[in-house]
Write a new protein. Structure first.
Length: 135
C-alpha cells in the first residue's frame, strides 16, 4: 500500500511541474504577442523612441498577419485538390476553400494596414528627430 502511495506522489509532482511549465509558456507567449492599450499607444506616440517602438510593433504584427495569410492560402490550395467529403441538405459540398481564401485576403489586407501604420510611426519618429535637431 505504501508503494502505491509513493507512486501517486511522484505522479502528482510530475503533473504539477508540467502545469507550471505550461503556465510559464503561456505567460511568455502572451507578453510577446500582446496588443497595446490605447493608453500605451498614446504614451508611446509622444516620443521619437516610442514611435520607433510602435513602428517595430506594427512591422512584427504585419509579418505575423502575412504568415497567417500564407497559411490560410496554402490550406485553401490544399482543400481545392481534395474531393468533397460533406454535403449539405441542398446537395452542395462544403465551401471551405472559399472560407480559407476569404480569411487569407482579410489577413493580407490587415498586414498592409499594419505596414502603413509602421511607416507612419517611422515618419513621426524622423519628424521628431529632425525637429529636435533644428532647435
Amino acid at each position: 500500500m505504501t508503494q502505491t502511495h509513493r507512486n501517486f506522489g511522484g505522479l502528482a509532482t510530475a503533473v504539477i511541474l508540467a502545469l507550471l511549465a505550461c503556465t510559464l509558456a503561456v505567460q511568455a507567449t502572451a507578453e510577446t504577442a500582446g496588443s497595446l492599450s490605447k493608453k500605451e499607444l498614446k504614451t508611446l506616440s509622444a516620443t521619437p523612441a516610442g514611435n520607433e517602438r510602435l513602428a517595430t510593433y506594427y512591422r512584427d504584427k504585419a509579418q505575423h498577419l502575412r504568415d497567417k495569410a500564407q497559411e490560410f492560402s496554402a490550406e485553401a490550395d490544399h482543400l481545392a485538390t481534395q474531393p468533397a467529403m460533406m454535403e449539405s441538405k441542398q446537395g452542395i459540398s462544403c465551401n471551405c476553400t472559399a472560407h480559407y481564401r476569404y480569411f487569407s485576403k482579410l489577413y493580407a489586407q490587415e498586414a498592409k494596414d499594419a505596414e502603413m501604420l509602421a511607416a507612419h510611426h517611422e515618419q513621426l519618429a524622423e519628424g521628431y528627430k529632425s525637429g529636435s535637431e533644428n532647435q
